[in-house]
Design a protein around this ligand. Structure first.
Ligand code: NAP
Length: 482
């Protein structure tokens, strides 16, 4: 296979046929593309959907144990290729190599855990009012599911969608972000090697604007699982709603961390900085707003600035605390938001530009603003970069009101030693994931994950014990004696 062959359709690796060029660059050293190839055409995307449609019945009828074994085999293969997958991930996404190693290890865990859904996807027996009738439910695969994924967790996100969709007997078409297609290609190679049959898994690498419609509006598509920006997600959700097919869309965030006067201030500052700057702030759950009680604002702010200034920034391969932004567009967007915040009157405490001495890469300094008011754009729009806004509040009520005042509702946290305050916060906060004395980022695969409000379509969540629900129909059976 050559470096330009990225499309995997009906068991064949082929070149894209569109006029779009997909250029993959190392964000730390972007001068020369590390891969450059034609993206898929709309006709190729339709062919991938057709291939999935042709393969779906046979895959659905494959015994669950066999599907489970194939997905466990993928996990083993990910582990066998752990270091080179981590290097691929860092080369095209830019994150520190230790983070890539962690993400690759997590992908293996995901295939192992959700592969088990093949055998765990169960219905229920329910007592019938009629003694001659046995009543129960069964779960059946949707059929063909399109999986659309972003670049920020480019092996973990495809993995949790692929593993659950395939475990439950669906055939899939994966379309990864155009920023990170190589790690997706390598993952699909491992699925092929593990014996997932031709057509049951397909890979389409192409611009969303070229292949998106074919992958979402084709009548053979029975469901869509999307992770990405709110704008794109809402557009796809509308298309899915018009056809009445299930859509799972996990989207943007503007996540608050509240710090109350009785909190462990060092722990709160450490988690705020880790949440804001880890992964260069490019996590949907990144800590974006630090809502600090006025009594401790000075102390918390000093600790946050201190920790932010101690972060090392550099190429992911050198394993710094923080790598570059993924692309020139993301860097530009980060810098624009920094300018907007200054124009709106926020006080820049540290960072605010490109760091020196790191060459032509897409680096941005970890940045902290104080004197941020809830009405400012920096306080309610997703930045998706290492920019933390400190907002002072006078009590828990105000903190919750400000936290809930944005359109998003993905993750939120509170730092306090008062469990009554913690309970009040967890009860009233509008967020799909809530932490007490923990950072807004990070999730465990055995727990459900997903947002509220504009962060999610709020259908069944991803991951957790019931991730299979999205990928299956529930059929109710009344079986009566003849
Ligand atoms: P994005 O621009 O919305 O893209 C996500 C995926 O959708 C990409 O594969 C993209 O392809 C594709 N796409 C774009 N237009 C499409 C269309 N018309 N039809 C079908 N697919 C289309 O998001 P991103 O910039 O990659 O990721 C960053 C965003 O993801 C942030 O907003 C972040 O908060 C969010 N995110 C959310 C979660 C969560 O679980 N809530 C997790 C991670 C990230 P192209 O790359 O070819 O455009």
């Amino acid at each position: 296979m050559t470096e330009t062959t990225y499309q995997y359709i009906d068991g064949e690796w082929i070149e894209g046929e569109s006029d779009d060029t997909i250029s993959v660059r190392d964000p730390a050293d972007p001068a020369d593309p590390i891969a450059s190839f034609p993206g898929a055409s709309s006709a190729q995307a339709a062919a991938a959907v057709r291939a999935a449609g042709n393969a779906s019945d046979a895959w659905a009828e494959t015994p669950p144990g066999e599907r489970d074994r194939a997905l466990h085999d993928v996990a083993d293969r990910i582990e066998d290729n752990h270091e080179s997958l981590a290097e691929t991930l860092t080369a095209e996404e830019g994150k520190p190599i230790s983070s890539s190693r962690g993400e690759v290890a997590r992908a293996a865990e995901i295939f192992r855990f959700f592969g088990g859904d093949a055998r765990r996807t169960t219905g229920t027996t329910i007592p019938s009012d009629d003694p001659g009738t046995f009543t129960y439910t069964v779960r059946e695969p949707l059929g063909v599911v399109t999986l659309l994924t972003p670049w920020n967790f480019p092996i973990a996100t495809p993995s949790w969608k692929l593993a659950t969709a395939l475990a439950t007997g669906n055939a899939v078409v994966l379309k990864p972000s155009s920023e990170t297609p190589t790690i997706a290609r390598r993952l699909v190679e491992l699925l092929e090697a593990a014996g997932v049959p031709d057509g049951a898994v397909n890979l389409v690498v192409g611009a969303g604007s070229t292949v998106g419609d074919a992958l979402t509006t084709d009548e053979r598509v029975d469901g869509i699982s999307f992770t990405g920006s709110t704008g794109t997600g809402q557009h796809i959700a509308e298309a899915a709603a018009s056809r009445g097919i299930p859509i799972q869309a996990e989207m943007g965030g503007k996540n608050p961390q509240v710090v109350l006067p009785d909190a462990d201030i060092d722990a709160a500052a450490a988690d705020a900085v880790a949440g804001a700057c880890g992964g260069t702030g490019q996590a949907c759950t990144a800590t974006s707003r630090l809502l600090v009680h006025e009594e401790i604002a000075e102390e918390v702010t000093a600790a946050v600035v201190d920790r932010t200034e101690s972060l090392s920034v550099g190429p992911g391969a050198e394993d710094p605390d923080m790598g570059p932004a993924v692309s020139a567009e993301e860097l530009e967007s980060n810098l624009q938001y920094i300018e907007i915040a200054e124009d709106e009157g926020a006080t820049l405490l540290t960072g605010g530009g490109k760091p020196g001495g790191v060459g032509s890469g897409y680096f941005v300094e970890p940045t902290v603003f104080a004197d941020v008011e809830p009405g400012m754009r920096i306080a309610h729009e997703e930045v998706f970069g290492p920019v933390l806004s400190i907002i002072e509040v006078s009590d828990l009520d105000e903190a919750i009101d400000v936290a809930n005042s944005v359109e998003y509702g993905l993750s939120a946290s509170v730092f306090t030693s008062d469990m009554a305050a913690a309970r009040e916060f967890t009860n009233r906060i509008e967020a799909g994931v809530v932490k007490v004395n923990g950072t807004t980022t990070g999730s465990q695969i055995q727990l459900p994950f997903g947002g509220m409000k504009a962060s999610s379509t709020e259908r069944q969540k991803e991951m957790g014990q019931r991730a299979y629900e999205f990928y299956t129909h529930e059929k109710v059976v009344y079986r009566s004696d003849p």
